[in-house]
Design a protein around this ligand. Structure first.
Ligand SMILES: Nc1nc2c(ncn2[C@@H]2O[C@H](COP(=O)(O)OP(=O)(O)OP(=O)(O)O)[C@@H](O)[C@H]2O)c(=O)[nH]1
Ligand SMILES: [Mg+2]
Length: 424
């Protein structure tokens, strides 16, 4: 089961605005008619509780949304790029890891049908019709489309279940899930039968609870031994743990302590979760006769469980009581557990004056303003009149003044995007 996946997302670029003029027999004077480009498609994730893994991403490394179409003549706007909508399981954390040193949690999807735009499509560029004004009736400028966002995401699925069943391999965890719920997990008399977590739903007229059965834990699980460690994250968000023990095992207490130690060393919060201890396989004669002894023995130790049940998944001993107990657990909101990396809250973006020009050397200046660059990309700068119009916009936006204040003089070079202009 895939529960961790790195993927690149590329939203669509906006379409370019168009430069065109309406010149028709009935419209002798015509006018600028270049339409705007359409915006690029977004990449949107929507949670779907029927999806239980990230398996469908196993062969997908990139998600790409459609680009917006370019604007057309007669003021026709280009169509928008289609959004790419992807379903993901509930319980998925979405991390932006584009900057390895500054990973950001974008979202932690905890409900069904939540949607989030993970990568925003670029805006379409304005066509020349947009630039018409009282002074300029024949604009020759249009904008190129804005680029869509590109990000590298890490999807980390952590199941959202109410109850987690934990214990050593072969304790009977999957058997317990199968008697409490309709789930049909694989059960067999050897360790590590379960290699992926199983989910089941237990319900009565009062409500329902989701139970997760994870692969057996062994000593060292928290530091990577066996399979359990890979799946311990799936019990991080449960409200309650059912700690299952095979009653026929020797050194019962040591084994119970061992599992609790593994929980503690993986994540100290796990040991603070309410825990029910269940001694299983009480149908076996050897266990049946030592129930009192086990109970007495357990009372001598300070263990984290709050209740003790003696059960058998074979003959259903104690199962109804356990079911009742599980269903009576109050449904409090799942506390979102802290993750491996720190969660960076979105920063309030301070409105700062964006840098517009760069002085690269004594006689080399560059304009780095996005809007101006998009105008240069979207227009035919070979056309002298278009250059004049661009210059007028620079003047209107006080960029010309800025250049002069920064010392630009005749003969210097001004670079915008990939074009070089000589300053006169
Ligand atoms: N006698 C008896 N055997 C049981 C009981 N519950 C489970 N078993 C048996 O114990 C063995 C292991 O059961 P599983 O449910 O696969 O155990 P598990 O804890 O899920 O094991 P892993 O997935 O390998 O960690 C199987 O042979 C079961 O039939 C029980 O109450 N009594
Ligand atoms: Mg199992």
């Amino acid at each position: 089961m895939l529960d961790l996946k790195k993927i690149e997302v590329r939203a669509g670029n906006g379409g370019n605005g168009s430069v065109s003029f309406i010149r028709e027999a009935l419209l002798p004077r015509g006018g600028p008619g270049g339409g705007n480009g359409g915006s690029g498609g977004n990449i949107i994730f929507i949670s779907d509780s029927s999806i239980l893994s990230l398996d469908k991403f196993s062969k997908r490394h990139h998600l790409i949304a459609e680009n917006g179409k370019n604007g057309l003549s007669h003021k026709k706007n280009g169509s928008k790029g289609k959004d790419l909508i992807i379903k993901i399981p509930v319980g998925t954390e979405i991390w932006d890891i584009s900057d390895e040193k500054n990973k950001k949690l974008i979202a932690d999807i905890s409900e069904n049908n939540e949607s989030i735009v993970v990568s925003k499509g670029g805006n379409g560029g304005f066509g020349n019709a947009h630039f018409v004004n009282s002074v300029n009736q024949e604009p020759l400028l249009a904008e190129s489309g804005q680029e869509g966002q590109i990000k590298i995401l890490l999807l980390n699925l952590k199941f959202i279940a109410d109850i987690g069943i934990i214990g050593l391999p072969n304790a009977g965890k999957s058997s317990l899930l199968s008697v409490l719920t309709q789930a049909k997990p694989k059960i067999a008399n050897y360790p590590f039968t379960t290699i992926d977590p199983n989910l089941g739903v237990i319900s009565d007229y009062k409500g329902q609870k989701i139970i997760v059965d994870i692969p057996g834990l062994i000593e060292g699980a928290s530091s990577g031994y066996g399979l359990g460690h890979k799946f311990l994250k799936h019990i991080q968000r449960t409200k309650f743990l059912v700690h299952l023990v095979d009653g026929s095992e020797d050194n019962l207490i040591d084994k119970i302590i061992q599992i609790n130690d593994e929980l503690r060393s993986f994540d100290n919060e796990l040991i603070k979760k309410p825990q029910i201890l269940c001694i299983n396989k009480c149908d076996l004669e050897e266990v049946k006769i030592s129930i009192d002894k086990i109970e007495k023995l357990l009372s001598n130790y300070k263990l984290p469980h709050s209740k003790l049940f003696f059960i058998s998944t074979k003959n259903n001993l104690g199962i109804n009581n356990l079911k009742e107990e599980i269903l009576s657990i109050k449904s409090t909101k799942v506390i979102n557990h802290k993750s491996d990396s720190t969660i960076i809250k979105p920063k309030v973006i301070q409105k700062t004056i964006q840098k517009v020009i760069l002085k690269e050397s004594d006689n080399l200046y560059r304009i780095i303003d996005e809007e101006i660059i998009r105008l240069v990309r979207g227009s035919n700068m070979e056309n002298w009149d278009a250059r004049v119009q661009l210059f007028n916009i620079l003047t209107k936006r006080k960029i010309t003044n800025m250049l002069i204040t920064n010392g630009i003089k005749n003969g210097d070079t001004l670079i915008i995007d990939e074009l070089e202009f000589e300053w006169e």
